[in-house]
Design a binder for this molecule. Structure first.
Ligand code: SF4
Length: 364
């Protein structure tokens, strides 16, 4: 079957898993203004921004011949759990009959999870399925290690744009890797390429480190967040995101009693003080991650929230209290189809000036 999925972050890994299972993968194009326009045209006006972008992404994948969409579900008091229903109804109204396969946590509903695995298993043996999953997980972990390094060194590159180009090259290397050995080679090659990038020397107390927190889709998909990591890196700041695919998988793929040591569990505990109950989305994680970045001596945090996202609206309302208590500057940016680039850029530059001023004061 011709399968596709929502475009988010390092999509090479989803593609790889489906290819290993023998599917014809229809790659959705990287979200562009056209994707956003399509999504906005067909989605309810009050829907949260990721729903609209994903809507546009599905339409583009269908144009390319996709018949089945594989996506993740959601639970709790947020709209993520309704995405598939809304998307499939709109697509049906527009005359597209595509099947949706929605993966929810194995530990919430193991029956539907197994059913979904059977659907995408594609007559492969369980051994092949297990091997492919492990292979792709290994790939995700290695890509996350390299991406973190990219986000760190971009701030000091001598030749502007070199780190971003190298990162694209690294993703292509992983795209071509199909075995454990080839993934290992791609990883070493990636490390080598990154270590060859010439960097300027900056004294450690002059380095600026900025964390990015917020809802998973706007944090992880650069094409809809003004390439925030790249932007901050080009302005001389090291960056680290709150969300990486490997962390998300290790938290969501493990049973509750094994989650204790995971990164997400620790971050959620740090957010407990500000949001003690589960309010959906990533609000609690956002608060915990701000606390974590503060504990680790980061200089500031950019908080990304999709317009219309209720969980992140709640976290936005708590941000002033956290800033006051922890003394870490936080800039909240609301992201949607109407976001003005010049205006946002000015706000980010002003924010970095503030962070640098604070650092200079500390040094003096
Ligand atoms: S977390 Fe926010 S943006 Fe994401 S689905 Fe829920 S309400 Fe929408």
């Amino acid at each position: 079957m011709k399968v596709s999925f929502p475009y988010m972050g390092t999509t090479v890994v989803y593609k790889k898993l489906l290819e290993l299972l023998g599917h014809e993968v229809i790659m959705p194009p990287k979200p562009s203004q056209h994707t956003i326009n399509l999504g906005v045209k067909y989605s309810p006006e009050f829907a949260c921004f990721p729903l609209k972008v994903i809507m546009g992404s599905y339409m583009q994948a269908i144009e390319k011949g996709a018949e089945v969409m594989i996506t993740s579900g959601g639970h709790g008091p947020c709209r993520a759990g309704f995405y598939e229903q809304v998307h499939s109804r709109i697509l049906k109204q527009e005359g597209h009959n595509v099947e949706f396969i929605v993966f929810n946590s194995l530990f919430r509903d193991y029956k539907s999870f197994i059913n979904n695995v059977l659907k995408i298993k594609n007559k492969k043996s369980w051994f092949t399925v297990g091997k492919s999953l492990l292979l792709v997980y290994d790939m995700i972990k290695k890509l996350d290690i390299l991406e973190k390094e990219v986000e760190r060194i971009r701030a000091y590159e001598v030749k502007k744009g070199e780190t971003t180009k190298t990162w694209e090259q690294i993703q292509l290397l992983f795209d071509k890797a199909n075995t454990k050995k080839e993934i290992k080679e791609a990883f070493h090659k990636g490390q080598e390429l990154l270590s060859n990038i010439k960097q300027t020397d900056v004294e450690s107390d002059r380095k600026i480190r900025i964390g990015i927190v917020g809802e998973i889709y706007v944090v992880m998909e650069p094409s809809i967040n003004m390439k925030m990591e790249e932007l901050l890196g080009n302005l001389g700041a090291e960056v680290e995101r709150s969300q990486y695919l490997s962390n998300w998988i290790s938290y969501n793929a493990l049973p509750k009693f094994l989650r204790k040591g995971t990164h997400e569990k620790q971050i959620l505990e740090k957010g407990e003080k500000y949001i003690p109950i589960e309010i959906g989305g990533h609000a609690k994680l956002t608060m915990g991650q701000i606390v974590d970045f503060s504990d680790r001596g980061f200089d500031g945090v950019i908080h990304l929230m999709p317009f219309g996202c209720l969980p992140e609206l709640v976290s936005q309302s708590i941000v002033p209290k956290v800033t006051e208590e922890l003394g870490i500057p936080v800039l909240t940016l609301s992201i949607d189809e109407q976001m003005g680039v010049a205006n946002t850029l000015t706000r980010i530059e002003a924010f970095l000036d503030l962070v640098k001023g604070k650092q200079a004061k500390k040094i003096s």
